[in-house]
Write a protein that binds this ligand. Structure first.
Ligand code: 6PG
Length: 249
């Protein structure tokens, strides 16, 4: 089987399994604390991309608990994907990150890069790409996964899976999951520019997709789901799953 050009061959995935979503969220949050501290010590800043969905809520309590040890002034926060909707819409991923996580911190990060919702989705993607070019890759990309195996706004069978250009972010106008207009990190960017990539996935509805995606390269399907194509060049992709999501591994 040959993988698309944008997919880097790398180490096999590392799977971390937890009995409950609460324990999983605590472990991921504590690891974010450690990784952010190390990045700030080594390079003076920490760049992270959050996904929407359940992810910000899962890691919130651990980050709140450890906030006194963290220097959020050195954080640069991006989104793995964003919906082209009003910034106060319940569909806005940045609003979810703010409401579920940052609003609970005494001194939240101020360098937070949201979508310019006043622009067309194509123009907003170009502007967002400039924000990403202002950092030297991302220290950590946190990804969720849908039951169909999509991640960020990279959907099964969509032409964006084979995008091999050099923009870190592209627009999508026909997302099968509403709302239709979004921006998303590209597979190529995730695979080449992220120092670490972690999937955070819970619930029985994800069992099948986890079993098809969190697998060694040697066991990949002929036409892998989008999440299975996340194979970062700089470190093994890591999967944080609860017992339900990991039941078929
Ligand atoms: C989006 C999300 C999406 C999400 C997955 C998992 O904007 O649609 O970023 O990629 O992460 O659908 O969502 P859950 O964790 O809520 O299942």
């Amino acid at each position: 089987m040959s993988l698309p050009a944008s997919t880097c061959e790398s180490l096999d995935p590392i799977v971390h399994q937890f009995p409950t979503p609460g324990e999983l969220g605590q472990a991921v949050g504590e690891r974010i604390v450690a990784v952010s501290k190390r990045a700030i010590e080594q390079r003076g800043e920490f760049s992270i991309a959050f996904s929407g969905g359940s992810l910000p809520g899962l890691v919130a309590s651990a980050l709140v608990e450890h906030q006194a040890q963290m220097d959020f002034t050195k954080w640069k926060v991006f989104l793995a994907d964003e919906r082209h909707v009003a910034s106060d819409s319940a569909d806005c991923n940045l609003k979810a990150v703010q409401d579920l996580l940052f609003s609970k911190l005494a001194s939240p990060p101020s360098q937070v890069f949201g979508l310019d919702h006043s622009l067309s989705v194509e123009q907003a993607a170009v502007k967002y790409a400039e924000h990403l070019r202002s950092v030297d890759g991302l220290d950590l990309v946190l990804l969720g996964m849908g039951p169909d195996g999509h991640t960020a706004s990279l959907f099964p069978g969509h032409e964006l899976l084979s995008y091999d250009g050099d923009s870190p972010v592209v627009a999508i106008k026909d997302s099968p999951k509403p709302p239709p207009e979004r921006i998303t990190l590209t597979l190529r960017y995730i695979n080449t520019q992220a120092r670490q990539v972690w999937f955070v996935t819970t619930g029985a509805g994800k069992q099948d997709a986890v079993a098809r995606c969190a697998v060694p390269l040697s066991k990949l399907e002929a036409n892998p789901l989008p999440s299975a194509r996340v194979r970062p060049a700089q470190s093994a992709v890591e999967w944080y799953v609860d017992t339900d999501a990991g039941a078929r591994l």
